[in-house]
Design a binder for this molecule. Structure first.
Ligand code: PA5
Length: 423
């Protein structure tokens, strides 16, 4: 389960709300509860039915039979969660099994490089778009479908593309019906950036051999206490309050800093969640992705001595089955011999705790979230922890965390420039 630590700079006063009044806190939880009752918060009802497990299993067998490569085409919430799972829970350097790759842009050079090396006869694609009208994803779809048709014929092309989309609406669902694509669903009451634990993330995860039951169970365990208004029993509430109180006091930048390269993509997922959910009406914290210890040699100087507007969330991993021992060297070298006899795991943890202490002494507040180990269960828990925290923070700010009106205008200009009718 998740453990929460906060630094000494966050005293009990801050925790007990100092800046943010208790009745407002309770009202915020009530508003969230009523959103849930009205069916708006589908992401909290995360589950894996027997039928769903069977559908995923059957599709995974098909993919593994036909695909050396499984390419996921999608953007934003249709990509970042799945990508995070693969980098956190699989071996990036291994060539075993089906390789899962995410393409989330329309950079022609990058796309061309992929197409140039891909063996289409052993590739399966997953086009993920809830709306079916996202220009980037649809452009990728057009290219891939044509290439598959040219190489394998129309019937085989259709069977090599799995569409994950809205169960009823959108531009892709009619194609599922008329052309017979295999399809998965993005539930209507779950927005893109909250959809990681639906078919959107679970199918790619299952293809990579990740324990999807574990992911779901971890998330469900967070939901159990996530709306409890007793701060001692609800770490989501505690975290959200600490952070919000610091926001009110000028900590307008939210740094997320897992001490793990395997969680670097988790930071990217968090950035979208925090930015797109809360950046509204002149409010919101600017999320800053960082990776420990790498960014100690890049951004830490700014966090330490730059503008006093940062609040840091560390994520630590308590234990690992592969700690990597640091051996003795041939000769004694004062500059690094002290490392011998320790492990790499000890070193990365020492770096995290030291950075936390140094920041605290410099008046930079932080919270440390610890997971006992990096596995499917705890990654699922982390996803749900932050999804619930952002939902709660949205209520504290009295904004709707579930829409994204600010991204529409640039989309409309793109449609116009590319000649879409009516724009
Ligand atoms: O969180 C969101 O709603 C967005 O980031 C979407 O996921 C993103 O715009 C992609 O949308 P779609 O799945 O409709 O292609």
């Amino acid at each position: 389960m998740l453990l929460l630590h906060w630094d000494k700079a966050i005293n009990n006063e801050t925790l007990k709300m100092g800046a943010f009044d208790i009745s407002k806190r309770d009202q915020a939880i009530k508003r969230l509860e009523s959103r849930r009752k009205s069916g708006e918060l589908g992401f909290m009802d995360v589950s894996l039915s027997r039928e769903k497990t069977a559908q995923i299993k059957e599709t995974v067998s098909y993919i593994q039979k036909h695909g050396k490569d499984f390419i996921v085409l999608g953007i934003g919430g249709s990509s970042l969660g799945g990508k995070t799972m693969i980098s956190a829970l699989t071996n990036k350097f291994s060539n075993k099994g089906t390789k899962v790759t995410f393409i989330d842009n329309v950079d022609p050079d990058y796309f061309f490089e992929l197409l140039n090396v891909l063996d289409l006869s052993s590739t399966v694609f997953n086009v993920i778009s809830k709306s079916g009208s996202t220009a980037e994803t649809m452009a990728q779809f057009l290219v891939i479908y044509k290439m598959l048709c040219d190489k394998l014929g129309k019937k085989e092309a259709v069977s090599r593309i799995i569409l994950t989309t809205d169960p009823e609406k959108g531009a892709l669902r009619p194609l599922v019906r008329s052309m017979g694509f295999n399809s998965f669903e993005v539930p209507q009451n779950i927005g893109g950036r909250f959809s990681v634990l639906t078919d959107v993330g679970l199918l790619p995860a299952a293809v990579a051999g990740i324990d999807i039951e574990g992911l779901v169970k971890g998330a469900q365990d967070i939901v159990k206490t996530g709306l409890n208004n007793n701060i001692d029993e609800n770490s989501v509430l505690k975290y959200s309050l600490i952070k919000h109180n610091h926001y009110i006091k000028g900590r307008t930048c939210s740094v997320i800093m897992p001490y793990s390269t395997k969680l670097a993509d988790f930071s990217a997922w968090y950035v979208q969640l925090w930015a797109e959910s809360l950046g509204k009406k002149g409010l919101g914290q600017t999320p800053i992705p960082a990776t420990g210890a790498t960014d100690q040699h890049s951004q830490l100087q700014l966090f330490m001595e730059g503008p006093k507007d940062k609040f840091i969330t560390f994520i630590g991993i308590e234990k690992t089955s592969t700690p990597v021992e640091l051996p003795k060297f041939d000769v004694d070298v004062e500059a690094f011999s002290y490392l011998s006899g320790h492990t790499m795991h000890e070193l990365i943890r020492a770096e995290m705790l030291s950075t936390e202490k140094a920041l605290s002494e410099n008046g930079v507040p932080s919270v440390r979230i610890e997971i006992p180990e990096l596995d499917a269960y705890h990654l699922g828990a982390l996803f749900m922890f932050f999804e619930m925290a952002v939902a709660l923070t949205g209520e504290f700010l009295e904004i709707n965390a579930f829409d994204q009106p600010g991204v529409e205008l640039s989309k409309k200009y793109t449609y116009k420039m590319m000649g879409r009718k009516g724009y």
